[in-house]
Design a protein around this ligand. Structure first.
Ligand code: ADP
Ligand code: GN1
Ligand code: MG
Length: 363
């Protein structure tokens, strides 16, 4: 049975009252299988997003969907009545049985979303305005979720941003060298080991727990085609309790370098200061009111730490034999690791200046 056929079958299980036309793989996510499905609706084709949840990564899709349902309903209530509210929050489509997921015959979990039209995601930043827009949107996302009613959200991936634990996992795969690749990554292993001392800094700083997105890649926010404004924060699988700086750090990681995450020409990878400034301005515009002085102090550092953390995750997966992230070529995870470490170096070179900028902006 082809995947395409599975998508058609899964599509039929959601409350979309029209004829299924086609589906094709969509987007550049590393985790889930995302499809754009087209249905014939009163004479015109209408698009939907269908996703098969990666159960190697998300062990409990039912509680994950409970989180997403709570988060999207809360956000929808917050923006109700505002212009364009229908596009500003992801909208789940219920399955025929009324639940927000469908379990197929192969034990795969599926969900469906309304397609956000006239907007798109970017894999690499193109302008400071995009950086500002993305940061303001992720800051506003945190702000709108600050009063999410109890209970605490489920941890969909425990210790997701626990950098010391990520580091221990790396040490283990280095010791095992299951895929015999350690010899090919000697420089990167050395770089990682030399940075062990930074791993615990955020956890040791006693920062407040908040509801955070935890995967604030630039391509997880949709920007309007006409105005360039951020329309909607997407990819909500990792929304759970976390530190605000996990989100800001991942913005620095994905929105300051002009290069793609898997760029092989490392001379293109650099932390562009104007992009960082736009991120800080955008983030403070929406989150400045609730961030504590201690959180603000670590804004620049969080960029270095989260970039390092994702770098060691790519390295760990490379050494383990590509078990976690989707890869599309030989050495893909190692290439990704190299861009992250190059960016860490670039941040290190500019860290003092970055800190000075943050201090000047929070006055
Ligand atoms: P992954 O977890 O694999 O990264 P995402 O949820 O980020 O999956 O989706 C992958 C891509 O699909 C996104 O980068 C975006 O381009 C597109 N996408 C996701 N949801 C929607 C939506 N509701 N409307 C339009 N495009 C979407
Ligand atoms: C994955 O799902 P996606 O592609 O947006 C990963 C993130 C990494 C990112 C690196 C659940 O994000 O943690 O930072 O790849 N998501 C998960 O590009 O592990
Ligand atoms: Mg994504």
């Amino acid at each position: 049975m082809s995947k395409e056929h599975n998508v058609a079958a899964a599509a039929g299980q959601f409350q979309i009252r029209s004829e299924f036309l086609s589906a094709k793989p969509y987007g550049n996510g590393h985790i889930n299988d995302t499809y754009c499905a087209v249905f014939q609706q009163v004479g015109a084709p209408v698009r939907y997003i269908l996703q098969r949840i990666n159960q190697n990564v998300f062990k409990n899709p039912v509680v994950l969907m409970e989180n997403i349902e709570r988060v999207t309903s809360h956000l929808a209530a917050q923006v109700a009545g505002e212009p364009d509210s229908g596009r500003r929050v992801l909208r789940l489509i219920p399955a025929l049985d009324g639940r927000f997921w469908h379990l197929d015959a192969e034990a795969s979990y599926w969900r469906a979303y309304h397609f956000i039209e006239k907007a798109r995601t970017y894999d690499a930043v193109e302008s400071t305005d995009q950086a500002f827009q993305a940061a303001r949107a992720f800051g506003s996302f945190q702000k709108l979720l600050a009063d999410l009613p109890a209970p605490r959200l489920h941890d969909t991936i425990p210790d997701f941003h626990n950098t010391p634990k990520r580091f221990t996992a790396l040490e283990q795969v280095i010791a095992e060298d299951a895929a015999g690749r350690a010899i090919l990554a000697r420089t990167e292993i050395e770089f990682a080991l030399a940075h062990k001392s930074i791993t615990g800094a955020l956890l040791d700083a006693n920062l407040p727990e908040r509801v955070t997105h935890n995967d604030t890649k630039l391509n997880n926010v949709m920007l309007d085609d006409a105005t360039g404004e951020a329309v909607c924060v997407i990819d909500l699988d990792t929304v759970m309790p976390g530190l605000a700086l996990y989100d800001f750090g991942d913005m620095v990681r994905t929105t300051t370098s002009p290069a793609m995450e898997d760029e092989q020409d490392l001379s293109k990878v650099t932390m562009q200061f104007p992009m960082f400034e736009a991120l800080v301005r955008g983030y403070l515009a929406s989150a400045g009111g609730f961030l504590t002085p201690a959180e603000k102090k670590f804004l620049a550092f969080s960029g270095k730490l989260i970039t390092f953390e994702i770098g060691i995750r790519f390295l760990t997966d490379y050494l383990a034999g590509d078990k976690y992230f989707k890869v599309h070529r030989e050495g893909h995870n190692l290439d990704r690791c190299r861009t992250q470490f190059k960016l860490v170096e670039s941040i290190e070179q500019q860290e003092e200046k970055m800190n000075r900028l943050v201090e000047s902006l929070e006055q």
